[in-house]
Design a protein around this ligand. Structure first.
Ligand code: CP
Length: 300
């Protein structure tokens, strides 16, 4: 793998290979050794707790040297572009750059350049893609069910603004899952019809294997939009009452951060059916597998 930018570019074989490798890292059975000093840099232009720090831990576990990048203290504050910043880090000898940006498809000019040789790993681009989150979600589902084919999965909530939803719907459909979307109609886009169908939450819940909730992304909404947490929770959230209608073997997922008592009742976040904490743990092992793959696939 040369770069990891969008799930669109990954085959199901590559996905299954990354899940297998992440599981080996988790089990402690994977062998990995660097043959020389290798630098990785994490450039986060949007806030992050899970993605940023789990990439940092994954890099440390692999023995990489980590060049943390503070945009405010860098020449970005003098107007240097992302392209010129990555060109510079590449020239200094950084071999992999993890980038989160609010700009959708920011990675295209980086991976198309003949002068940038470091691997680009997308840590999230606006409302575009979040491939490392998708892979850790897939790992978590696979750990539970050992397959994707035929699983009934609902992705619920702020679909339009969610890069997690976009990456997951694309790959889960490819892997054979049956997808449903629920939430406010205003946050549903007809282009999602190619991956699944818009459904009524209460009718679909008892049939699900996986209920995947999404955070309401207030930062990507029009500030004039009126929003009531109580009303959203009542209409579209996983309430305690609704959760009782899930099959006992169904699991609850959320990429986090969670708005407790909005998308999901506070008491359900750490409940026995929730895999939200496991998702975070799996993030480290998935990111180790991603880093290993892009380092192995680096351009000459
Ligand atoms: N799930 C996720 O991307 O979390 P962070 O924004 O904290 O990285």
């Amino acid at each position: 793998l040369e770069n990891l930018t969008t799930m669109e570019n990954l085959s199901t074989e590559e996905v299954m290979g990354l899940i297998k490798r992440a599981s080996e890292f988790k089990a402690g059975t994977a062998e990995f050794k660097l043959d020389k000093q290798t630098f990785a840099s994490n450039l986060f232009f949007e806030n992050s707790t899970r993605t940023h720090h789990s990439f940092h831990i994954a890099e440390a576990k692999l023995g990489l040297d980590i060049l943390e990048f503070d945009a405010k203290a860098s020449s970005i504050s003098k107007g240097e572009t992302l392209y010129d910043t990555i060109l510079t880090l590449d020239a200094l000898g950084v071999e992999v750059c993890v980038v989160r940006s609010g700009v959708e498809n920011y990675y295209e000019e980086l991976v198309e350049s003949d002068n940038i040789h470091c691997a680009i790993v997308n840590g999230g681009d606006g409302s575009g893609q979040h491939p490392s989150q998708c892979l850790l979600d897939l790992m978590t589902i696979y750990e539970e069910f050992g397959k994707f084919e035929g699983l009934r999965i609902a992705i619920s909530g702020d679909l339009t603004h969610s890069r997690v939803a976009k990456s997951n719907m694309m790959m889960l459909k490819k892997l054979g899952a049956k997808l449903y979307f629920t939430g406010p109609a205003a946050w549903y886009d007809e282009e999602f019809d190619q991956y699944g169908r818009y459904a009524n939450l209460d009718r679909i819940l008892p049939k699900l294997d996986v209920h995947m909730l999404l955070r309401v992304q207030h930062e990507r909404h029009d500030s004039e939009e009126s929003f009531s947490k109580e009303s959203y929770h009542r209409q579209f959230g996983l309430t305690e009452e609704r959760a009782k209608t899930l099959k006992p073997e169904a699991i609850i997922m959320h990429p986090a951060p969670v708005n407790r008592d909005v998308e999901i009742a506070d008491s359900l976040v750490e409940s026995s059916q929730s895999r939200i904490v496991q998702q975070m743990t799996n993030g480290v092992y998935t990111r180790m597998a991603i880093l290993e793959a892009v380092l192995a696939g680096r351009k000459g």
